[in-house]
Design a protein around this ligand. Structure first.
Ligand SMILES: O=C(O)C(=O)[C@H](O)CO
Ligand SMILES: [Mg+2]
Length: 270
């Protein structure tokens, strides 16, 4: 069975953010991920992790003005200084939370700029950032995201993400392979897991039911089969990453809604 991490930005929506750590541990999770820690002192989050015996496995670098609709700065010409400040801040939090990886969002394509210019900026920024991450022994991740959920997002496909990682040429830059986005944009998910996990360039996986982004036992993907593929490929190539449960509980923000929806995980645990 893969190692599953609870995504605390989506799971346990009825609870205050800091109380979600406790809930995830009670449900048997050993790792957590979420979008952003920056509203809280790192020490406060570290205390929640420690109190619950949880590992912080992933969070995101500052994405620009999230509330104003921005979704990352990495491909945006003219925002390089802000991008670098954000990476420095993220790596400080990663050190305090003992988190081995940070997701760096590409950004939305601004009108009037060529793809070539955005790609050049993206590679330049990521090369600098991955070098900073290397100094601290952590990985930075880039994630292809579907444009139905995030119209205009620069990075959408696995092959593009892997080409970017190759162009950057830094071993501390990897791909965050979200099978939910992969199914929506590309399909053929099991074969893509078989193709990309053995490359050593996938730093993290994420899952959700497609198309509603609810529990993985809902929708068009049959996750027990995919978990078997992940297990088989991991055993063969030594991949030892986490699988983030990045879905919105179908029961919504109700007491025990997330826990009640974890039947798929209880079935795997047997
Ligand atoms: O949306 C996703 O799939 C993510 O993993 C991001 O971290 C945030 O958009
Ligand atoms: Mg994701």
């Amino acid at each position: 069975m893969p190692r599953f991490a609870a995504n605390l930005s989506m799971l346990y929506p009825e609870l205050a953010f800091l109380d979600r750590f406790d809930a995830a541990a009670k449900d048997g999770f050993e790792g957590v991920e979420y979008l952003f820690p920056y509203d809280f002192p790192a020490a406060e989050i570290a205390a929640r992790l420690q109190a619950n015996g949880l590992q912080q496995v992933l969070f995101n670098a500052p994405p620009g003005h999230w509330e104003a609709g921005e979704r990352g700065l990495a491909c945006l010409p003219g925002r390089e200084n802000e991008f670098r400040e954000g990476i420095a801040r993220a790596l400080d939090y990663a050190a305090a939370l003992d988190c081995p990886r940070v997701h760096v969002m590409a950004g939305l394509m601004p009108s009037g700029l060529s793809r070539e210019m955005l790609e050049a900026t993206y590679i330049h920024n990521l090369r600098w950032a991955a070098g900073e991450a290397r100094k601290t022994g952590r990985d930075l991740l880039i994630e292809p995201i579907n444009t139905r959920d995030m119209p205009g997002f620069f990075l959408n496909r696995q092959d593009h993400a892997h080409a970017i990682v190759a162009a950057v040429g830094e071993p501390h830059l990897k791909v965050q392979m979200d099978l939910y986005h992969c199914q929506i944009v590309e399909g053929d998910v099991a074969m893509k897991v078989r193709e990309y996990l053995p490359t050593g360039r996938v730093g993290h996986l994420q899952i959700a039911g497609v198309p509603t982004r609810n529990e993985p036992d809902m929708g068009e993907l049959y996750h027990p089969y995919l978990f078997g593929v992940i297990d088989e490929v991991s055993a063969a190539c030594g991949w030892d990453g986490w699988v983030g449960c990045e879905y919105r509980p179908a029961r919504g923000a109700v007491v025990n809604g997330t826990t009640d929806g974890l039947g798929w995980l209880r079935a795997l645990r047997g």
